[in-house]
Design a protein around this ligand. Structure first.
Ligand SMILES: Nc1ncnc2c1ncn2[C@@H]1O[C@H](COP(=O)(O)OP(=O)(O)OP(=O)(O)O)[C@@H](O)[C@H]1O
Length: 308
């Protein structure tokens, strides 16, 4: 049985002229114990999908089930089996770490002691500060506490909305290690993130833009099925290289990527990088570096977006 099944969910906000189509006919399913990523830029509809699946927002149309329970009819059952970590921290800033956790446990008629095993790995990292108010914690600490609060009733399914936004790189890494451990315990995890490097850590990812899912694949399939030729190019100031390659007539996509410019071209057995080098030389560039590269998830995403 699938853990989550989503069929043709649609959500609009506002009326008439001001109507916003936030979620546009979205369908996907998630296997038990899978880490499923919803990857997309701000405003692409991730939070709206999460709010519907966590039964706090009604769709205009479509349906979904979580662990066999219908999102609308069985919302009370669903609330018992899901953990939700919303994008903005949901903690009570004036309560201490321990009081926050006790509060969330009491809402679900449980105690910290009863489910301590599940949160232990995470909680021991913040336990020394258990008398500190949540409002006085660092981003990484808040995030760990929020995850403990979302887990305290032993959910079968965990929804994490941009859990690492505003969190330092070390805490981000630790956070993803924790998710891998939770997965091993059989918890199904749906995570929304704008970070492409985190996408690679999911089992499967749905790329979303303007409320529409563009593709659902494993990270490896997304990178391996990139159909074009792709090069990284460096030749002095990125902005200048970018401007020059925009005018290169064989180009498909050109964009800045860290210190490089990425250039994609239609696959062509006879293509030789000297064509690009000669072109850039003619445009006045020197010290030109060009290397063929394997597409990252971000490259694949950019390609998909440019086709829509
Ligand atoms: N309550 C609301 N009323 C009107 N428009 C809304 C409302 N909530 C979201 N929207 C709009 O719906 C679209 C999708 O927003 P949503 O928050 O679901 O996306 P998101 O991918 O989670 O982005 P973010 O990370 O910025 O929250 C956006 O255009 C947003 O402005």
């Amino acid at each position: 049985m699938k853990s989550i099944i989503v069929n043709n969910l649609t959500k609009t906000y506002g009326k008439a002229k001001e109507k916003v189509l936030a979620v546009d006919d979205v369908s996907f399913d998630v296997n038990p114990g899978e880490i499923f990523g919803l990857i997309g830029p701000d405003g692409s509809g991730k939070t709206s999908i999460f709010r519907m699946l966590t039964t706090v927002l009604l769709p205009n149309s479509g349906s979904a089930s979580i662990e066999g329970f219908d999102m609308i009819k069985d919302y009370k059952e669903i609330r018992k089996i899901l953990g939700y970590m919303p994008g903005r921290f949901s903690l009570y800033q004036d309560l201490t770490i321990e009081e926050n956790l006790e509060f969330f446990a009491s809402v679900f008629n449980t105690t910290i002691a009863e489910n301590y095993d599940l949160i232990k790995d995470i909680y021991i990292q913040i336990e020394p500060l258990k008398d500190r108010r949540a409002g006085k914690l660092s981003g990484g600490m808040k995030q760990k506490l929020a995850l403990c609060c979302a887990l305290i009733h032993k959910p079968k399914v965990l929804f994490l909305d941009e859990p690492t936004t505003g969190v330092d790189p070390v805490s981000r890494k630790e956070f993803w290690e924790m998710l891998q451990r939770l997965k091993k315990q059989g918890i199904t995890i749906v995570v929304a993130t704008p970070y492409m490097d985190e996408a690679a850590l999911c089992d499967r990812i749905a790329l979303i833009q303007n409320g529409k899912i563009l593709s659902i694949e494993t990270p490896a399939t997304i990178s391996n099925s990139y159909p074009d030729l792709l090069f990284e190019v460096k030749a002095g100031r990125t902005a200048n290289v970018l401007r020059a390659l925009e005018k290169f007539d064989q180009k498909k996509n050109v964009y800045a990527y860290g210190e490089f410019v990425h250039l994609s071209l239609e696959k062509n057995e006879n293509f030789n990088t000297t064509t690009v080098i000669e072109y850039l030389k003619k445009e006045g560039f020197e010290n030109i570096e060009i290397n063929p590269i394997k597409a990252s998830i971000e490259d694949s995403f950019i390609r998909l977006l440019s086709n829509h």
